[in-house]
Design a protein around this ligand. Structure first.
Ligand code: ATP
Ligand code: MG
Length: 721
């Protein structure tokens, strides 16, 4: 048996983890130390050497993309397909489980997954049904409450209002929302996990079946599991001591969404016989990048403690750039990317721009478009989230399950059918009173001829459209999707629309038909039983909505939030917007625990870089519609000065007259002179450039940090010496 492919690419510590005998293992190790590699090779080892059948292995990844990559990599090592192995995200796996056990779970055969947007709408409808004012009971807060309860495994019946009227109301909203979900056969993301957990907990036969089946359970990014996910793992594993978990407490960045880094400690307590494996050699980043990242994360007090080292050289210094505004920042970044591509020979997709908030991508996109450099954005508006795609999906969902109220609401007047708000309100009232879906209420109203003739005609046409499509459910899915586009005339509606993206939207709709066809071709062998391919496509759409772009192969500069960069690596990384209130985010400033999480997020961002890391911030930025003068991020101050080098980049590009550096400014200010600014207080002149109206000075203010100011507006006065 040839095992060299499995163990040769590993160092001794990794090898030990990969070839370990059965028993619980926790691989606790820093960024880039090969945790994901160990997991992949472990699966290959189990199949090749321990002769574990693929179907006896369950592997959990953090994204669907990571799951696909893991599967591909294992198949490459083993040179054989591994169909039958369960590999996916917790949500994807819970979905798979519930599709197989819908009866035990008390769900309809073709239950529909609600994504975050649908969930939000349903919460709003719930508030309306309860006659609660959104201003007093913000739907986002209610949604957060529901999701948090589900992540902790709590149903309304488990909750006690503790005499608190606010909490009491939230529980009432949760209860009402949940019954609306039950009526429509709808399952939100939290419900997938909770429901799967309940089935395993309460139905011994099912539990035993899976405990027997999964001889090996492996989890990547364990530090970001929440309470219900951990409980789920415990049930699946039973007392088989077959958990192989890898994680890094310094990279726990989803606490705000219920992830519990404490699960790492709980695991060691709950399973006393766990062997902990540590990996300390980093294979990803240069010495300089590691030095700076290690120094930053050392500012977090509560760590399990580990240090990373590398055999590679120190490499380039980490480079820091202070832009004078966000446009200057974007131009600097794009200019550097151009150099790395043209001079150093990097590919575009080897350069990544990472930011804290999605809104930051827009300016980078504009500058990239101007520079004619292709790019791709992760985590922007993804294919399955676009309005036109959601409209088309709403029809598909009604075909799968007409009781899906969220889909009904979306489809019934898109394109407009002349159904007025009064008719719709009437349907909602009827549905609520009778405890049924909007679809049933609509049919009932039509049967009883209770509607005004115009409304009745419009509604009848809508019901007939859906029923006709339902009657022919044996077509291939792509044919169904194409027929629906014709029957609804969504393309015509968008072409006639006022917004100038009509053509774009029509192309997206056409792409949906292709996507459906591809899905069907790819899954026909895998999910054979799915008498319900449509339901499984819709689940796929809902689960994928969180990630992947339409064209995964495009070679473009990569733009993404720090959160979605988790687990990835790029030769060149730009970590941008390192400013107080942006990063760390203003919402985290008052809470030490959230501040630590922001620091971990910064650490995650830095440790994505292999060869070169840039850290940038702007001295002036439009934020929430206001012009602000942010302080550089505290994270910059927490980094050592040594392998960090300040660069003066392409300022020339955004500055009219770059000549005359470092001399005397037009109105006689000297380098090194102390000056006073009405807002920023006292500082020292560091640099001057330009003449006349465009003359600028760089001042290091004692309280406000270093800034470039236009002399004509700056109202600088010489400070008393
Ligand atoms: N023993 C090794 N020899 C050479 N390269 C390695 C070795 N182990 C890991 N690598 C490489 O180092 C990089 C980081 O590995 P990997 O992504 O598995 O780390 P990780 O610990 O999962 O990182 P993260 O914490 O960011 O998820 C990858 O490019 C991987 O191929
Ligand atoms: Mg990893």
């Amino acid at each position: 048996m040839d095992i060299s492919e499995i163990i040769d690419p590993l160092n001794p510590a990794q090898r030990e983890a990969v070839t370990a005998e059965s028993g619980n293992r926790l691989v606790l190790a820093g960024a880039g130390s090969g945790k994901t590699r160990v997991l992949v090779h472990r699966v290959a080892w189990l199949i090749r050497v321990e002769q574990a059948p693929p179907w006896a292995i369950l592997a959990v990844t953090f994204t669907n993309k990571a799951a696909r990559e893991m599967k591909a990599r294992i198949e490459e090592i083993l040179a054989t397909p591994i169909g039958g192995m369960w590999v996916g995200t917790f949500h994807g796996l819970a979905n798979r489980f519930l599709r197989a056990h819908w009866q035990e779970a008390g769900l309809p055969h073709s239950f529909q997954i609600l994504d975050a947007d649908d969930q939000y709408r349903l919460i709003r409808r719930t508030l309306k049904a309860l006659e609660l004012d959104e201003a007093r009971w913000p739907p986002r807060r209610a949604m957060g409450f529901v999701n948090q309860c589900k992540d902790e495994g709590l149903r309304p019946r488990h909750l006690d209002d503790e005499g608190d009227p606010y909490r009491k109301r939230m529980i009432a909203i949760y209860r009402e929302y949940q019954s609306a979900c039950e009526r429509g056969g709808l399952v939100d993301f939290g419900e997938l996990l909770l429901r799967a957990h309940e089935v395993l907990r309460e139905q011994a036969a099912v539990r035993h079946q899976y405990q027997e089946r999964f001889a090996h359970i492996l989890v990547d990014e364990f530090q970001d599991t929440n309470a219900i996910q951990y409980a789920w793992l415990r049930l699946l594993s039973g007392d088989h001591d077959n958990l192989f978990l890898v994680g890094d407490d310094d990279q726990s960045i989803y606490g705000w969404r219920g992830a519990r880094v404490e699960n790492i400690q709980s695991f060691q307590k709950d399973y006393a016989n766990t062997t902990v494996v540590r990996l300390e050699q980093n294979y990803r980043s240069t010495g300089n990048i590691l030095t700076v990242a290690n120094a930053l994360i050392a500012h977090n007090p509560s760590r399990l403690g580990k240090r990373l080292w590398t055999n590679d050289g120190a490499g380039e210094p980490v480079r820091q750039f202070a832009a004078f505004n966000e446009l200057d920042e974007a131009r600097f970044v794009i200019e550097r990317i151009r150099q790395h591509i043209q001079v150093d020979g990097y590919r575009r997709d080897e350069c990544a721009i990472l930011y804290r908030t999605t809104a930051q991508s827009r300016l980078f996109e504009e500058v990239l478009i101007q520079a004619e450099i292709p790019y791709r954005v992760y985590g922007g508006l993804r294919f399955f989230e676009r309005a036109e795609i959601r409209d088309a999906l709403a029809y598909l969902r009604l075909v799968a399950n007409p009781d899906d109220d969220a889909a009904f609401e979306r489809a019934v007047n898109t394109p407009p059918r002349g159904l007025g708000p009064r008719t719709l309100d009437l349907l909602r009232d009827q549905a609520r009173a009778a405890g049924t879906s909007l679809w049933r209420a609509a049919r009932d109203q039509l049967e009883r001829e209770a509607l005004a003739p115009r409304a009745a005609k419009a509604l009848r046409a809508f019901v007939a459209l859906i029923e006709q499509q339902r009657a022919r459910s044996d077509r291939p899915l792509a044919a169904l999707a194409a027929d629906l586009l014709v029957a609804t005339d969504l393309p015509g509606f968008y072409l006639k629309g006022k917004d100038d993206r009509g053509q774009d939207r029509v192309e997206n709709l056409e792409q949906l038909v292709d996507t459906v066809a591809r899905f069907e071709a790819e899954t026909s062998e895998d999910e054979g039983d799915a008498g319900d391919r449509l339901a499984s496509f819709l689940a796929h759409a809902a689960l994928e909505a969180g990630e992947a772009q339409a064209d995964p192969d495009a070679d473009g500069v990569q733009l993404m939030t720090l959160h979605s960069a988790k687990g990835l690596e790029f030769p060149i990384v730009f970590l941008v917007g390192l400013e107080e209130r942006l990063f760390p985010h203003s919402l985290s400033l008052d809470d030490p625990r959230r501040l630590e999480e922001e620091r971990r997020l910064c650490y995650v961002g830095m440790t994505r870089a292999m060869h070169q890391l840039y850290l940038t911030h702007a001295e002036k930025r439009h934020l929430h519609g206001k012009e602000t003068y942010p302080q550089p991020s505290r994270f910059l101050r927490e980094m050592p000065t040594e392998p960090v080098e300040s660069v003066r980049g392409s300022r020339a590009q955004s500055r009219p007259t770059p000549q005359r550096h470092g001399q005397e400014a037009d109105d006689g200010l000297r380098l090194g002179q102390r000056v006073c600014h009405p807002t920023f207080g006292e500082g020292v002149v560091l640099d001057c450039e330009g003449r006349g109206a465009s003359a600028r000075v760089q001042v290091n203010f004692a309280d406000a940090g270093t800034k470039w100011l236009v002399l004509a507006y700056a109202k600088l006065a010489p400070a008393a010496q």
